[in-house]
Design a protein around this ligand. Structure first.
Ligand SMILES: C[S@@+](CC[C@H](N)C(=O)[O-])C[C@H]1O[C@@H](n2cnc3c(N)ncnc32)[C@H](O)[C@@H]1O
Length: 397
């Protein structure tokens, strides 16, 4: 487990630490070793039969063919089981420390010069959040168990610290660190004044933008109150001035032309298909001319081999991610154009992991980075991960 680098860190019992270490190692084993075995089983035993008549199997053909096979069943059973263990591991510690989490957040809220937290009690949380325990997380993002509750934020971050077995970096913010640095590296003249992160959850990747562009005003929005409370406390505990506000990304309460960057990470695949055009149109509206919209996401199905696409779709079948496959089926270029951007301003990148490579190797990798999804590591949670992102610049630049 990655130890959290701030005051909201839980004090685990000896047994909890052992369990967290076990689950983390199990996740790595499943997502690296067993995933490789599923691929080998497919390539050696299944693919020759599927392609015998010169046919190109699709993701669903692959799913049907693998469903009864031992390698796939073992992988899936352990992946679901380890996911369940994650929550069972972190939840008792979070519940035990609820009082301390609430009082720490309260104390941090009085620290001067740090960001704001704005909640809107009348805001309706979409049923896509409130009615679905996304990725099998009991309570989803928004359930509140007491006054000033932070439970689901704490569950989310502690779960991340175990489930990602180090690939999200020491502060769990490798996506934000890698992508914000990538933007600065590739566009040295671009100096955003206002940055918005949509669906920020606990603000870990939001804060990375503040690290990379310290002069900018950085704001994260989300619909889930306990996550926002946790995000604000986390940022304050780490000394970052980031503002958090409860808001629906489909209906942003900002005037036109308010931001130079509109970012999101791992967000769009949790939005129902009908909401995606609204989120992108809102991003377009609130961007200033010359601004950049960028969404880190799973690579689209249309840019991967059928096997790699099927592999990513696993969550849509077995991890309670009901909106995942419909989003991955979309063509990012088309949805970006439909939101109002000029199709010629479409941009996509495969960004190397900053925390995995370190500054020098990372810079060299960025210099060579291609926009195409050539590697099976892109978007696949496992060692060597790279981050796919897509978006567009708003004209005139
Ligand atoms: C997978 S999490 C995002 C993770 C986070 N951005 C990261 O980098 O790890 C999805 C988040 O989107 C939020 N969300 C879902 N629908 C939303 C909407 N319409 N507007 C704002 N936030 C929303 C959820 O509450 C949840 O916190």
């Amino acid at each position: 487990m990655i130890p959290l680098r701030h005051e909201l860190r839980l004090t685990l019992t000896r047994d909890e630490k052992a369990r967290a270490g076990f689950v983390s190692a199990l996740r790595r084993h499943v997502l690296d070793t067993l995933a490789r075995e599923v691929r080998q089983d497919y390539q050696s035993q299944v693919e020759p039969g599927l392609t015998r008549d010169g046919l190109e199997p699709g993701a669903e053909d692959i799913h049907r063919a693998l469903r009864g096979r031992d390698a796939f069943r073992f992988y899936s059973a352990l992946r679901v089981g380890s996911q369940d263990m994650l929550y069972q591991t972190v939840r008792p510690a979070v519940e035990r420390e609820q009082d301390r989490l609430v009082s720490t957040a309260e104390r941090l809220s009085h620290k001067p010069g740090l960001g704001t937290l704005t909640l809107h009690p009348g805001l309706a949380v979409p049923r896509s959040v409130s009615a679905v325990d996304i990725h099998l997380m009991p309570g989803s993002y928004d359930t509140e168990y007491r006054e000033a509750d932070l439970t689901m934020g704490a569950v989310f971050e502690n779960r991340l610290a175990i489930s990602t077995f180090g690939v999200f970096g020491p502060n769990l913010d490798d996506i934000g660190q890698s992508i914000a640095r990538f933007v600065r590296e590739r566009h040295p003249g671009f100096a955003p004044r206002d940055i918005l992160d949509l669906g920020c959850t606990v603000g870990h990747n939001t804060g990375a933008w503040k690290d990379v562009f310290p002069a900018a005003s950085v704001r994260g929005i989300d619909v889930a109150v306990p996550c926002l409370r946790y995000a604000a406390a986390r940022a304050r505990a780490q000394g970052r001035a980031v503002d958090f506000e409860q808001m629906n990304a489909e209906d942003l309460q900002f005037p036109d032309h308010s931001f130079d960057v509109v970012f999101s990470s791992m967000f769009l695949h949790e939005v129902p298909a009908r909401g995606i055009p609204r989120v992108l149109a809102e991003a377009y509206r609130v961007l200033r001319p010359g601004g950049l919209m960028l969404h880190m996401e799973l690579p689209p199905a249309g840019q991967l081999s059928a096997f790699d696409s099927w592999y990513l779709d696993w969550d849509g079948h077995y991890n309670n991610e009901p909106f995942y496959r419909a989003f991955r089926a979309m063509d990012p270029r088309r949805i970006v154009a439909a939101a109002g951007f000029d199709p010629r301003d479409y941009t996509q990148h495969v960004v190397p992991s900053y925390s995995a490579l370190g500054p020098e190797a990372w810079r060299a990798a960025v210099a060579e980075a291609e926009p195409g999804v050539a590697s099976d590591k892109t978007g696949r949670l496992g060692s060597g991960i790279r981050w796919f992102c897509f978006g567009a610049w708003k004209q005139p630049r």
